[in-house]
Design a protein around this ligand. Structure first.
Ligand code: PLP
Length: 422
């Protein structure tokens, strides 16, 4: 398909007409600009609202009104086990067994909770390896965990840098650093898809290399879940965490997800911070003082579930479940391929001023673009013209056409506006 793209409205309209997922666009609310839906390319930051989400939340409001506390048992979807409604659908999207995932808390919180179990440094083995320019929250997590355990982040944090003059990280440099630190590395924690460059890392091989060196391997999948194919169980990943408000369209600050490989579920000597929701279900309400952990990822749960945000998450996961990641990824590759093509066409007219820094071979739907010679004013102009991409300092415009609701005409329209502004 890539070879035969054309930069015309008729061509884009034709692709849309033949798109098997075209009806899903109608299921989302788009912000408007001059009474037209904007070109929304920030589903990697906050996914759009599914129209049906309102009903899902209203159901819970009405059951709360009707039943009060008894809604825990009498609601249409009883609140006690509400999170279980999400588990299987979520597990499918990340390639996990249902027992290996649970939706709980929020992403940064979960990273800390998982590090309680999976970052257990010793005097010899204490270093953490991550990618340079990790998302700031992740950097703060790693630095503060190191400090908490009495280590100096300067010395104990191995940040893999892109080479001079490059934007993305070479896998060989990751493997080399793992090898060089194999006596001292305790944990590898990498963003599976880098938020800034959109680079997708080879999680299977990084996991294998980490294990070979005696390290635990976890991934932050904030930009991976709902975007790329994930096989966390088969890749043998130790743990992972992600949020649900980016590609997973569950609304601002909505409930997050974790993965813990099943080999840890019965290891009751693994340290963890406990709460009553991680307690074995049949005896949870005996209110006994002894913590009896659930033998699954659910044992990391602390608190009873935030039902409204879970309702929004369920609404969205229902849609993902219906479509399936395979169909989404097929469309995603076509959409992002079309965006790369359009950028290439603009470059022919505009002195190659646009540089896509996202690697073609390792990407999901996001393209990170450096517009040489243009700064933030270009981004501001895009916004004024009804395009919503996002801007990341110092000079990157991120565009993520997402397959559930973006279409080929969005990309064509974006191209028209961008070439007018350059
Ligand atoms: C979006 C994102 C976060 C945000 O963390 P919250 O705890 O949800 O606020 C953290 N890490 C990465 C890699 C992200 O992309």
């Amino acid at each position: 398909m890539t070879t035969s793209f054309q930069n015309t409205a008729a061509f884009a309209e034709n692709l849309d007409a033949n798109d098997a997922l075209k009806s899903y666009r109608e299921q989302f609310y788009f912000p408007e600009h001059n009474n037209e839906p904007v070109v929304y390319f920030t589903g990697n930051s906050l996914g759009l609202q599914p129209k049906q989400t309102k009903q899902f939340i209203e159901q819970e409001l009405s059951d709360w009104a009707k039943f009060g506390v008894e809604g825990h048992f009498l609601a249409k979807n009883p609140w006690m086990p509400y999170h279980e409604l999400l588990t299987e659908k979520m597990a499918k999207l990340v390639g996990a067994l249902p027992s290996e995932t649970v939706m709980m808390n929020q992403l940064t919180v979960n990273l800390h909770l998982l590090m309680v179990s999976f970052y257990r440094p010793t005097k010899q083995r204490y270093k953490i390896l991550c990618e340079a320019k990790a998302f700031p929250s992740d950097q703060y997590v790693l630095q503060s965990q190191l400090k908490f355990h009495g280590f100096d982040a300067q010395e104990a944090l191995i940040e893999i840098q892109p080479r001079e003059g490059e934007y993305c990280i070479r896998h060989e440099d990751i493997y080399k650093a793992i090898e060089e630190n194999k006596e001292s590395i305790a944990l590898i924690l990498i963003g599976g898809v880098n938020y800034f460059t959109g680079q997708v890392f080879d999680m299977k091989n990084i996991t294998a290399a980490g294990h070979e060196a005696g390290a635990i391997v976890g991934f932050d999948l904030a930009h991976g879940a709902g975007n790329i194919e994930l096989k966390l169980h088969d890749w043998n990943v130790d743990f992972a965490a992600w949020c649900s408000y980016k590609y997973l369209n569950s609304g601002p600050g909505s409930v997050a997800g974790i993965f813990v490989h099943e080999r840890y579920h019965k290891q009751n000597d693994l340290p963890l911070f406990a709460g009553w929701w991680g307690h074995e279900k049949s005896s949870r309400f005996l209110m006994d003082k002894t913590f009896v952990p659930i033998q699954s990822a659910e044992k990391w749960q602390l608190s009873n579930a935030p039902i409204f945000s879970m309702a929004a998450c369920l609404s969205s996961l229902d849609i993902f479940d219906e479509v399936g990641m395979n169909a989404l990824i097929a469309k995603s590759q076509a959409l992002t391929g079309y965006l790369a093509f359009i950028i290439g066409e603009i470059n022919k007219q505009k002195n190659n001023c646009l540089e896509i820094i996202t690697p073609e071979e390792n990407r999901g739907c996001q393209l990170s673009i450096v517009a040489h010679g243009y700064g933030k004013p270009l981004y501001n102009e895009l916004i004024k013209n009804g395009v919503i991409p996002d801007w990341r300092e110092p000079n990157v415009i991120r565009c993520a056409p997402v397959p559930l609701y973006n279409n080929f005409m969005d990309i064509y329209r974006f191209g028209l506006i961008l070439s007018k502004l350059l």
